[in-house]
Design a binder for this molecule. Structure first.
Ligand code: UT7
Length: 349
């Protein structure tokens, strides 16, 4: 059976740099608070009308294809992961297919938030291993800046997120001991509401202890999204940060260990861990817990914030560009986020 390799990689971040001090204009926060709690110094915001999640994805995909030495016509399947799509539906996969004038190939959208890249990689791996596809274009992109609460009410969330995109081209190889060794996916929906955006949606308070809006009295046609919901900020993400943090620092080490054990390897074998860039303090905790050296972990959250599905591939692409990844290196990628969903992928570059 072939193994799946990353044959090409690329990332794109918008030019517009937004510092922590820039955010002070909108909300009661400070550079000191943000750096101390998250490690973030700045993030990028997409052009308000000039860039979308899909167009940033196209930029990253174009670089990844060039890096792989193939053209858009060689691609036989598209996977697009995001939580901030251009439209509620259809997904960004088809918008990318259209924008890049690609063949009428399949386009799958993945919505696993922070775990989007790891989930998508796992799906792609199965298609490659079975021989179904030979050139999968996997794109992750987020335009968070369009959907955050920039008032003080939303400051625990809005300061951590940033915009950006990354893409990889996945191909089969028969070279021994190369490519994806294993992927490990998990979920626990019991805490789904701890990090969620409730509307637009069809929930009608069904899962919630406290009603969010009055669905009984709402006129037909105003239940998916109404003025009341907007007034109550339910069109923005909602997060119990400390609860997410506590779960993340347990699940990250667990799922990394799971991948290593599955392959009879240990942390000493690992050249690079690329954790989802949720919060530098989480990554530091995981590093400490697994007793990894500084050179075994790559973080770039200080420059880009948390770019959700795009964070691992942006970091992977940047680490590769910086020469921190060589052929044969053992790389672990791990994510945890909304759902909760979490997962890891172990690969030999
Ligand atoms: O990638 C998706 C997965 N998400 C995560 O992994 C996020 C995990 N959680 C976190 O990273 C952290 O919980 C946060 C960075 C979101 C928040 O940090 P925290 O240390 O957990 O702060 P907190 O929410 O417990 O809030 C502490 C205080 C509160 O004030 P009081 O009640 O103590 O007076 C907040 O209102 O900090 C306040 N606060 C802020 N102050 C200044 C919350 N956000 C801000 C802010 N600026 N941006």
């Amino acid at each position: 059976m072939p193994q799946t390799i990353i044959a090409g990689i690329g990332h794109y971040v918008p030019d517009h740099v937004v510092t922590n001090n820039d955010l002070v204009k909108y909300m009661d926060t400070s550079d000191e608070w943000i750096q101390e709690r998250t490690g973030i110094k700045e993030r990028r915001y997409a052009g308000r009308t000039t860039e979308t999640t899909s167009t940033m994805g196209v930029q990253a995909a174009t670089i990844a294809l060039e890096n792989a030495g193939i053209t858009k016509d060689d691609v036989d399947f598209i996977i697009f992961a995001t939580l901030s799509p251009d439209y509620y539906f259809p997904g960004c996969g088809v918008l990318l297919q259209r924008a890049m004038k690609m063949n009428e190939i399949g386009a799958l959208d993945i919505r696993n938030q922070c775990s989007g890249f790891v989930y998508a990689l796992s799906v792609a791996d199965q298609f490659i291993k079975t021989g179904m596809y030979k050139n999968i274009l996997l794109v992750c992109s987020e335009k968070h800046s369009f959907g955050l609460d920039f008032s003080t009410r939303g400051r625990n969330i809005s300061v951590i997120f940033g915009d950006g995109a990354a893409a990889v081209v996945l191909q089969p190889t028969t070279e021994n001991n190369r490519g994806i060794l294993s992927t490990h996916l998990h979920s626990d929906g019991s805490s789904a509401e701890l990090l969620a955006m409730f509307n637009p949606g069809t929930h009608a308070n069904h899962w919630l202890n406290e009603p969010l809006a009055d669905f009984d009295e709402a006129p037909m046609g105003q239940m998916f999204m109404s003025h009341q919901m907007i007034d109550k900020a339910q069109n923005f993400p909602n997060m119990d940060g400390p609860a997410v943090f506590k779960k993340a620092i347990v699940k990250f080490p667990e799922v990394i260990e799971e991948a290593l054990q599955k392959n009879n390897l240990t942390t000493a074998d690992l050249q690079l861990l690329i954790p989802h860039q949720a919060n530098l303090r989480i990554a530091q905790y995981v590093q400490q817990k697994l007793k990894l050296r500084d050179d075994q972990v790559f973080n770039n959250i200080e420059k880009y914030g948390n770019t959700t599905a795009a964070s691992i591939p942006i970091a992977l692409s940047e680490a590769w560009q910086l020469g921190k990844i060589k052929k044969g290196d053992l790389i672990c990628m791990a994510a945890f986020g909304s759902g909760f969903t979490w997962g890891s992928a172990l690969m030999r570059w």
